[in-house]
Write a protein that binds this ligand. Structure first.
Ligand SMILES: NC(=O)c1ccc[n+]([C@@H]2O[C@H](COP(=O)([O-])OP(=O)(O)OC[C@H]3O[C@@H](n4cnc5c(N)ncnc54)[C@H](OP(=O)(O)O)[C@@H]3O)[C@@H](O)[C@H]2O)c1
Length: 248
């Protein structure tokens, strides 16, 4: 008997993508919709989000827009009243600066979205996953290494890596898989300032071993892999899409 490759399709599945109005989240939403899922796309700003879902719907993709602040745990609960098979959490933020200067309010703001909201979104999604499911956190290579002027951000992403492993242990028996995707630097509104600083751009280009910086498309295969049966035995781990950054 010749083995068959498990499916990379998501037909009949429902997915929630947060931070879906732009950047990595928009790429993840497009990837999941192109793989056949119905994708609920969430962000705070409705005009940008609606423009994205309109364009995708015009391409024949099955999507809907939902206004959601992921730090509003009651609102997260409301959105997840309709259970989903896949969650991809890409809502996130950064307030970079020297570690010595970070203020408690910066720490709280970044932690609230990158860590606390990520935790309770996963928890709420898992409650509804009666037939198993896949929870994907968009973490960062900074969840595996340190970086200049991003101690708080690195802390939140390391926290996401840790909670992902612990959730995978508890929810594995229910066939709920929990994983992260850890991108290197991708040019998005979040990283605009970093890319505009010549010294930081040189640092990025030196650390990435491949001869270019990453594009949003570089994340799309990883999210489809983790969402589908193609990764049915993969849980509690991360896919580093880092161009070799963490290799040394
Ligand atoms: N870009 C990179 O190089 C890079 C590298 C590694 C990891 N990451 C991670 O990837 C994720 C996405 O980054 P990105 O570069 O795509 O960022 P981005 O371009 O700034 O997009 C952020 C998205 O999240 C939404 N968002 C922000 N706060 C939200 C909230 N409280 N509730 C719901 N949605 C919210 C934004 O829409 P609204 O503002 O309208 O809500 C937007 O859709 C983040 O977790 C980031 O840490 C990025």
């Amino acid at each position: 008997m010749i083995p068959n490759t498990p499916s990379f399709r998501l037909d009949g599945k429902r997915a929630l993508v947060t931070g879906a109005s732009r950047g990595i989240g928009l790429g993840c939403a497009a990837a999941l919709a192109q793989a056949g899922a119905h994708v609920v796309m969430a962000a705070r700003g409705m005009s940008e989000l609606q423009a994205a879902t309109d364009e995708m719907a015009a391409q024949g993709l099955s999507v809907e827009a939902v206004q959601l602040d992921v730090t509003d745990l009651e609102a997260v609960r409301e959105v997840l009243k309709t259970p989903v098979d896949v969650v991809c959490n890409s809502a996130g933020m950064a307030r970079h600066g020297p570690a010595i200067d970070a203020r408690p309010e910066d720490f709280d703001a970044v932690s609230a979205i990158n860590f606390k909201a990520a935790y309770f979104l996963a928890q709420e999604a898992a409650k509804g996953m009666q037939n198993g499911g896949s929870i994907i956190q968009i973490s960062s290579q900074m969840g595996h290494v340190g970086g200049m002027e991003r101690a708080v951000y690195c802390g939140t992403k390391h926290a996401v890596e840790g909670m992902t492993k612990a959730m995978a242990i508890e929810w594995g028996p229910r066939n709920i898989r929990v994983n992260t995707i850890c991108p290197t630097f991708i040019r998005t509104p979040l990283t605009e300032a970093t890319f505009e600083d010549p010294a930081k751009r040189a640092w990025i280009e030196e650390k990435i071993k491949l001869p270019r910086v990453a594009e949003i498309e570089d994340i799309m295969g990883a999210v489809v892999f983790l969402a589908t049966d193609a990764s049915a035995m993969v849980t509690g781990t991360s896919i580093l899409v880092d161009g070799g950054w963490t290799a040394g």
